[in-house]
Design a protein around this ligand. Structure first.
Ligand code: ADP
Ligand code: MG
Length: 246
């Protein structure tokens, strides 16, 4: 489903991603962890077409972005990648002047030319799934952080992505609201969604991930099943990181 090879990205003099290689099967759940500043968000943003890598290739489904493509072909690949991937951010990013329903129906109507009726039906089924159907006419500011994040997940799913990318989706939430968001993500995983999740929730990683990828300094330092990774981290960096978050 995803194949990233020799991906590099710098901001000015700072090389944030250094020759990243990894592959993912359909329906796989990868948890991406590592210290702050190690390049996790930049990697997700490259997959979602929000950042343009300097070198390397990204293949998602049938779409291939390659640094050596012509500018117009790159642009098209980025548009396609954005449609294939749904992204959920730490900060929810709902449109504050739109109701929950408007937030969710906007993308399908504007980008996928769905009728309002179709878009509303889809939004209602997704809101039911995240347990927020009764909030459909509320504005985001009237919802808790956990509810806003569940709406953000529903909004992302409304675009029918093939891969969901979560960038610390619970980091901005009070601890008592974290569980409701993780429950929705777990359900999504059980339904067979392909997911990459950047998170500090190690219990979620242990329970839900098929694989843990540990990044630091712009490099994938190790990857393993959660069982092996948490019991026997191979590198000193990973051991140090796990001691710090314990
Ligand atoms: P992580 O998500 O693992 O904390 P990031 O990918 O956000 O790491 O950032 C990696 C490094 O890249 C950090 O040093 C960060 O300051 C830098 N960085 C990220 N985005 C930008 C940007 N748009 N411009 C300049 N530097 C950036
Ligand atoms: Mg980050």
């Amino acid at each position: 489903m995803i194949e990233v090879s020799k991906l590099s990205k710098s901001f000015n003099d700072l090389e944030v991603l250094k020759d990243i290689n990894f592959q993912m099967r359909s329906k796989e759940i990868v948890v991406l962890i590592g210290p702050s500043g190690s390049g996790k968000s930049t990697l997700l943003r490259c997959l979602n077409g929000l950042e343009e890598p300097d070198r390397g290739t990204i293949q998602i489904g049938d779409v291939k972005w390659d640094a050596t493509l012509q500018a117009s072909a790159k642009k098209q690949a980025i548009r396609d990648m954005r449609l294939l991937t749904g992204m959920v951010f730490q900060s929810f990013n709902l449109f504050p002047h739109m109701t929950v329903m408007e937030n969710i129906t906007m993308g399908p109507m504007l980008v996928k030319n769905q009728s309002e009726k179709q878009a509303i039906e889809l939004a209602e089924s997704l809101l039911a799934k995240v347990g927020l159907l009764e909030k459909k006419h509320e504005y985001p500011s009237r919802l808790s952080g956990g509810q806003q994040q569940r709406v953000a997940i529903a909004r992302s799913l409304a675009m029918k992505p093939q891969v969901m990318l979560f960038d610390e989706p619970t980091s901005a939430l009070d601890p008592e609201l974290t569980g409701e968001v993780l429950t929705v993500m777990k359900q999504l995983a059980e339904e067979g969604m392909t997911m990459i999740v950047v998170t500090h929730e190690m219990k979620f990683a242990r329970e839900v991930a098929n694989r843990v990828i540990f990044m630091s300094d712009g490099i994938i330092q190790e990857e393993n099943t959660p069982d092996v990774f948490f019991a026997q981290p191979q590198t000193e960096r990973a051991r140090k990181f796990l001691r710090q978050i314990d």
